[in-house]
Design a protein around this ligand. Structure first.
Ligand SMILES: [Zn+2]
Length: 509
């Protein structure tokens, strides 16, 4: 019976649309949830269910019950992966097998379907918590996390008057998703801190000044905790600082509105050590369309293209999170350096305009860039993404209605309470990572949590201490330690190095 069970599991894994991977021994001994999740998915999908029946049917002649039939009946690996197309009517060899023992096979199939369905429906209803094994801890601590986007500086401004005196992150600060003890548990070795200011500030000509204030908060962070943080301006800096046991700190300016249509201001930001700029935030600018506003230019204007070229010259990474697909396309066509998505997930998994469509994942792979997966529940959980599709539009309306920041925040809080979403879980985030690997390749995926910029996080990924859970899930899904290290930090380091080389080359021209 044990043998039969394993055979059935193999059949299910091979036929449910997931690429079979080498079996790794279970190291935690307590958590089977990861293996079960794909089954739970396909039981709600009739096409996958038909595949399963076909495959069990092939396994289930009396002779097969205790023997693997894979090669003996001439069924190729390819056939195993497209069971729907290979129905008995178009697969004579298998039809012969099916007819051979039909009377005994039918009850066998029904019995197995009922057995497997019952157990997996039960598990699907309550996915088990991931337990981190010693092996996963070892793998996680042998590398380090280089996260693409963290909004702690804005949280410190909003909730602590812009000073660490009122929020000493050396001790735990539970109202934040980020503090030093939890960064250490998460093995964060490098972090892009977001210098974010709302898009509305550009209408009052305050965007650039406020961006400088946010950069000052990041400088205060590094200055106040010098034994923990150190500024990094290059990939080599990141590696050196992380090796010294500190957290390499970099600055990402979130939104092109910060430069107030001025290349001079862009250069000044670079002088202050800004490592990337997101071309837009929620609003379409005079020179670039946002993903969450009316498209006015069909992507980038001529000036927008000039901004991208100048960023290449400065060695500043072009960040395409928040921008419209046309802006992504234009920037990818213009940029000589690899681009990043500092905090975006996969649109094919959760249909939110903030996520990256498949065709752009492929173009990003061609460009050599990296898509750093965002953890926000409203971007990673499919139903939550649907419910949050208009969140930026709602936010704009509320801003119009409540111009004072305090009133706006209160109204926004009410709207969120009136429109609840599912939090999703670690498995959802892993699905986004895997999808990007499938479409773009393992060289083009990273992590961009958006912690402290999100009001809801997936179960088991609630704060910066939780990154080891991702390592556990990826190990369980069959990824190697080196692949996991690559997506945790290796890919973004490669992109930085390439961008630095492009800037050096452009300086010679
Ligand atoms: Zn953002």
């Amino acid at each position: 019976m044990q043998h039969l069970c394993l055979g059935t599991h193999d059949a299910l894994r091979a036929g449910n649309g997931f690429t079979p991977r080498p079996h790794r021994p279970r190291v935690d001994g307590a958590n089977d949830g990861e293996l079960n999740q794909p089954h739970a998915k396909f039981l709600s999908d009739p096409i996958r269910l038909v595949r399963m029946v076909n495959q069990i049917r092939r396994h289930c002649s009396p002779n097969d019950l205790f023997h693997h039939p894979h090669k003996a009946d001439g069924v190729s690996e390819k056939d195993w992966s497209d069971g729907v197309a290979s129905t008995p009517s178009v697969a004579p060899s298998r039809q012969a097998g099916w007819g051979r023992d039909n009377s005994q096979t039918v009850p066998c199939v029904l019995f197995l379907v009922l057995l497997v369905s019952a157990s997996h429906f039960a598990l699907a209803a309550d996915k088990p918590l991931v337990v981190i094994s010693d092996d996963a801890r070892r793998v996680h601590s042998a590398g380090f996390v280089f996260d693409g986007h963290n909004d702690l500086p804005w949280e410190v401004r909003q909730k602590a008057g812009g000073t660490f005196d009122k929020a000493d992150i050396a001790v735990g600060v539970p109202r934040f998703q980020t503090d030093i003890p939890r960064l250490r548990v998460g093995n964060v070795g490098a972090q892009y801190w977001a210098a974010y200011v709302p898009a509305e500030t550009s209408k009052e000509n305050r965007a650039f000044t406020m961006t400088l204030e946010q950069i000052a908060i990041i400088q205060a962070l590094v200055k106040r905790y010098p034994e923990v943080f150190e500024f990094a301006k290059s990939a080599d800096d990141v590696v050196r600082i992380q090796k010294a046991g500190k957290i390499a700190s970099l600055i990402g300016v979130e939104g092109g509105h910060s430069i107030e249509n001025s290349l001079d201001k862009l250069r000044r930001l670079r002088e202050l050590g800004v490592g990337y700029m997101t071309l837009t935030h929620s609003d379409t600018l005079a020179w670039a369309d946002s993903a969450t506003d009316e498209a006015k230019h069909g992507g980038l204007t001529k000036f927008g293209e000039e901004v991208v070229r100048e960023m290449n010259r400065l060695g500043m990474l072009v960040d395409l999170s928040h921008v419209s697909p046309d802006t992504m396309r234009d920037a990818l066509a213009v940029s000589k350096a690899p681009v990043i998505f500092s905090h975006s997930s996969a649109r094919a998994i959760a249909d939110h305009p903030r996520n990256v469509p498949d065709d752009l994942l492929k173009l990003t792979a061609k460009n050599g860039g990296v898509v750093m997966v965002n953890f926000y529940s409203g971007f990673i959980h499919p139903e939550s993404a649907r419910r949050r599709a208009n969140m930026f539009e709602v936010s704009r309306e509320l801003h119009r209605k409540f111009p004072a920041e305090k009133d706006f925040q209160a109204a926004r809080k009410r709207w969120i309470a009136d429109n609840p979403i599912e939090s999703g879980d670690i498995y959802d985030v892993a699905d986004h990572i895997e999808h990007i690997i499938k479409v773009a390749g393992i060289d083009h995926v990273g992590l961009g949590s958006d912690f402290d910029g999100i009001d809801k996080a997936p179960k088991q990924l609630e704060d910066v201490s939780k990154y080891p859970v991702i390592t556990q899930v990826l190990l369980t899904r069959g990824y190697s330690a080196s692949q996991i290290h690559q997506l945790m930090s290796g890919n973004i380091l490669r992109v930085m190095r390439r961008s630095e080389a492009v800037a050096r080359d452009l300086a010679k021209e």
